[in-house]
Design a protein around this ligand. Structure first.
Ligand code: UTP
Length: 294
């Protein structure tokens, strides 16, 4: 049974500058909550009991967010704002959080390698700290991936999402064989192919399960032109060695919300805010007015 996850949150987030100059992109809000809170809540809801966050410089606000703050609680009590205490209930996650640091941002592969001694000999989930799966993170994707990993005795399971053909140039795309409507075997991974060269329209979607063999593969990967060790290169090595690398297709109705660039961040914010039970209807009206007047 898989009960551990690694959540890399150490990246620079340069595509979201200046918003990310002095705060982690994983702490940017989407509607009411910071992005990383959705990620952690999704993992816990899928049965993950231990989570290692790989942080870096300027990321202490992530630790502060998940730590309880007796002073804030006291302030709310004294100010007679007890109704707001429910907004802090997420601190009682029902999972253990651990932290380690990636001292230099040497790529996602390197960030995952920081979790080697934490993972030990057990398979584990990797969830990108800047990607939410499913509206309001109500997703069973990781649970489905775990079932596939165990049932097919895989070395790696990658979540994938169908994207429009003209979008392939923004994602890692898999070349899949066999399988059925819910999964397939991965033969190759291609980074950001032009639509004409893309082997499929199935894009890697920010959730992975690995056996500990991945660490040897990462160590074998040479840094790319920007000096980064790419996780996809390590997964490609697994494919080349004939290990069982499988893709799990996101179930119908579930989407990956990538927060790493402004167009996708803006869209995600609006979609989540529109779905807010209290403020969504009013926002819908306001947007309608804005569109009519524009
Ligand atoms: P990205 O690939 O979006 O990289 O990271 P980035 O550095 O954060 O962003 P840009 O390209 O400068 O805009 C995907 C996830 O992997 C983490 C990030 O924090 C993010 O959650 N990551 C990336 C690390 O933990 N370490 C790294 O060295 C790179």
């Amino acid at each position: 049974m898989i009960t551990s996850a690694i959540v890399p949150v150490a990246g620079h987030g340069t595509r979201l500058l200046p918003a990310t100059k002095s705060q982690p992109k994983e702490m940017l809000p989407v509607a009411r909550k910071p992005i990383v809170q959705y990620v952690i809540e999704e993992l816990v809801a899928n049965g993950i009991a231990n989570i290692l966050l790989v942080t870096g410089r300027n990321k202490t606000s992530i630790e502060n967010h998940f730590d309880s703050d007796p002073y804030l609680i006291q302030t709310l009590n004294t100010a007679n704002k007890q109704d707001l205490l429910k907004e802090l209930e997420f601190e009682d996650l029902g999972a253990h959080l651990y932290y380690t640091r990636q001292s230099e941002q040497r790529g996602l592969g390197d960030a995952v390698l920081c979790g080697e001694s934490y993972a030990g000999e057990q398979p584990f989930v990797v969830a990108l700290g800047d990607s939410i799966i499913g509206l309001h993170a109500e997703s069973r994707c990781v649970a489905g991936m775990m079932e596939l990993f165990e049932a097919r005795r895989a070395s790696c399971v990658i979540a994938v999402e169908e994207v429009a053909p003209e979008q392939t140039r923004h994602y890692g795309i898999i070349e899949g064989v066999d399988g059925d409507a819910t999964w397939c075997r991965v033969r190759n991974l291609v980074e950001k192919p032009e639509p004409a060269e893309a082997p499929s329209n199935l894009a890697i979607a920010g959730r992975y399960i690995f056996s500990p063999t991945i660490f040897d593969m990462i160590r074998d990967v040479a840094p790319d032109a920007r000096g980064e060790i790419q996780l996809t290169d390590a997964i490609q090595r697994m494919c080349d060695e004939g290990r069982r690398v499988l893709a799990y297709k996101l179930p119908p109705g579930e989407r990956r919300y990538d927060i790493g660039n402004f167009p996708s961040y803006f869209e995600t914010f609006v979609e989540f805010a529109l779905a807010d039970p209290d403020y969504g209807p009013g926002l819908r009206e306001a947007i309608r007015r804005m569109l009519e007047n524009s």
